[in-house]
Ligand binder design. Structure first.
Ligand SMILES: Nc1ncnc2c1ncn2[C@@H]1O[C@H](COP(=O)(O)OP(=O)(O)OP(=O)(O)O)[C@@H](O)[C@H]1O
Ligand SMILES: [Mg+2]
Length: 588
């Protein structure tokens, strides 16, 4: 699909279903038309995402207004970059965003399911079933689905190396080659475990403590996990050492520029009235600087990071003493350094003591693709870490960064919630089967709504099968029949192109991702079904005539400015020639 005209397609989908009834307002759409519009718009958005679902899904190339190109198969990135203004489309984009921030994955699943639920609801609306009945049925189905998911989930612990790697592999799908997948699964699981901390008896994994640094050059396979962190800064002084082994590290949050004007950390001022006093000042300044460097040496620090400025003269003193010192280190980097080295940020250099120092086996400036970076490596028990992403092109590195971020979040969520669930559409098939049985316990029309909910669930295995080049109807029939016979974990393996016990084969997903996607889809569909009026309360756009006048006004203003500038230039020239004449009267 040509994304440049997507907005028009969405709006066309909206207008095709409506003939705006301008009873009260312009742009006022009511009841059946409103719902039909919503369903059409949701279908257009979902059709874009369907071809991208699963490991055999396609990527999209998105060209932004500034001409930047993004190639991605991520639902959230694609939706965010789409230039659509229709309110229903915006709601679905928000669903993807919330899904991403809460669970880190499952954005396409949530939007596709929401659209499918709306489509199924559309069929019921066509049979004159009232929307409130459908909403009630969907609410019952959501409640039941949560129960079924809980039952289908399996426990997992932070020690289950292989299961956590399988979660990463499912997130990565086939967006990257198999050997790279294995390499990254290893990196991601170690990184997530490294930053895991216990808080009130619970394990918390803060993925912000894993920094991703991209550097062009090499191949994606050269990407690696550091045993510490990377600071994107070069050597500040030519005599500073390139590397320090077994380094003790000081972290400072005060300026080391005592004689700078208005420096609140020091307030040192010298009033120099006579030339001899300048000499005295220079001697004293040297003495003072030496005192500062001595303070750092005394505690045994060989590396120093400072949030604020370090004066040139003090930097050169540090360099002479073989100490690596970096000033203006960002606040975020300082916190990461604290976590990685075990050091403590100190606000007064005079209070710096040995116990405040962090440690690293190696601190080294390395030149990578022409840029210098500082590696704080071989830390003992780093609680913050960096992943260095390498790659031949900016786009490839950016996509890898997105994949690693999503995988990290997936592992973090899995460790925190301690549960996994079957992938490959197996869970959706099982939920659909059980919901159909459940629907029979209702005597009213809600039964039809719950059945519709079940049919919507089957869109996931169906789409996975279609994208893998399988016959979706055959696959669906086989899955339905075998799930009815108790094969709970039977799903589609898109890579092998067959139906199998996915749990056994390690095709597992994060429980929270699936749960959140299903709830988000159900609640969004219900919220949209409740809408029976579209009223455009935005300020009406200027009419064609007004727009033309505004352009004309701007053109006249630009013309005036240009003329003024020309005048000024002319005056400058006159001034210049007058001055010249005054200076050299002989030339007149
Ligand atoms: N090898 C596989 N065979 C079949 N299905 C798979 C396989 N690997 C992953 N899946 C399924 O693919 C679906 C996820 O696909 P995908 O990652 O493209 O979408 P998403 O997670 O909803 O969106 P996004 O990752 O963009 O947020 C899940 O249902 C998952 O079980
Ligand atoms: Mg995914």
């Amino acid at each position: 699909m040509d994304f440049s005209c997507l907005n028009e397609v969405v709006n066309l989908a909206a207008t095709r279903t409506t003939h705006a009834i301008s009873t009260l307002f312009r742009d006022h759409v009511r009841h059946k038309e409103a719902r039909r519009t919503s369903i059409m718009v949701a279908t257009v958005i979902s059709e874009i995402l369907k071809t991208m679902l699963g490991p055999k899904g396609m990527s999209k190339m998105l060209v932004t207004a500034t001409g930047d190109v993004v190639i991605t198969s991520e639902g959230k990135t694609t939706l965010e970059k789409l230039n659509v203004t229709h309110p229903i489309a915006r709601i679905l984009i928000d669903v993807a965003k919330t899904q991403y921030t809460t669970a880190g994955d499952g954005t396409k699943t949530a939007v596709i399911l929401a659209a499918e639920l709306l489509k199924e609801a559309g069929k019921l609306l066509g049979q004159n079933i009232h929307p409130t009945v459908i909403i009630r049925g969907y609410e019952e189905a959501i409640k039941k689905t949560l129960e079924i998911l809980e039952r289908l989930s399996k426990p997992v612990s932070i020690e289950d190396d292989e299961v956590l790697k399988n979660v990463v592999r499912t997130v990565m799908g086939s967006r990257i080659a198999m050997d790279l997948q294995n390499h990254l699964a290893e990196i991601v699981v170690i990184a997530a475990r490294r930053v895991a901390e216990e808080d009130l008896g619970k394990i918390v994994v803060n993925v912000d403590n894993v920094d991703l640094t991209k550097k062009g050059g090499g191949s994606l396979n050269d990407s690696k996990l550091m045993n510490g962190v990377i600071i994107y800064k070069g050597r500040p002084h030519p005599r500073m050492p390139w590397r320090v082994e077994n380094a003790k590290i000081a972290l400072l949050n005060c300026s080391l520029e005592p004689f700078a004007r208005k420096n609140v950390d020091w307030r040192k001022e010298y009033l120099i009235k006579m030339p001899e006093q300048l000499k005295e000042f220079i001697v004293e300044e040297k003495e003072f600087n030496r005192g500062i460097v001595e303070n750092v040496k005394r505690v045994g620090a060989r590396v120093l990071f400072c949030c604020k400025r370090i004066s040139e003269s003090i930097l050169s003193c540090f360099a002479r003493e073989g100490i690596i010192a970096l000033d203006m280190t960002g606040k975020k980097d300082m916190v990461r350094l604290e976590k990685a080295t075990g050091g403590k940020i100190v606000s007064n250099i005079n209070e710096l003591s040995e116990k405040d120092l962090g440690e690293a086996g190696l601190v080294e400036f390395r030149k990578i693709s022409g840029d210098e970076m500082l590696f704080i490596d071989r830390c003992k028990n780093p609680k913050a870490t960096s992943i260095l992403i390498r790659g031949g092109t900016e786009q490839a590195m950016e996509e890898l960064e997105r994949i690693i971020k999503a995988s990290l979040k997936a592992v973090a969520v899995t460790i925190e919630c301690g549960k996994i669930i079957a992938g490959g559409g197996a869970t959706e098939m099982e939920v659909a089967g059980e919901l159909r049985e459940f629907s029979r316990t209702f005597k009213g029309r809600e039964q039809l709504a719950i059945e519709a909910f079940a049919s919507a669930m089957e869109a996931i295995p169906k789409t996975l099968a279609t994208n893998a080049g399988l016959d979706p109807i055959n696959v669906l029939m086989e899955l339905r029949a075998r799930h009815n016979n108790g094969f709970t974990n039977l799903g589609v393996n898109a890579l092998k192109r067959e139906v199998e016990d996915v749990m056994e084969k390690g095709l597992v997903e994060v429980y929270k991702v699936k749960k959140h996607a299903l709830i988000a889809a159900g609640e969004t569909a219900n919220a949209i079904l409740r809408i029976d009026d579209f009223i455009n309360v935005a300020k009406q756009r200027e009419s064609g005539e007004e727009e033309r006048l505004a352009v004309e006004r701007k053109r006249i203003m630009d013309e005036k400015i240009r003329k003024l500038l020309e005048k000024e230039e002319e005056l400058k020239q006159i001034d210049k020639s007058l001055m010249e004449r005054m200076m050299h009267p002989e030339t007149i």
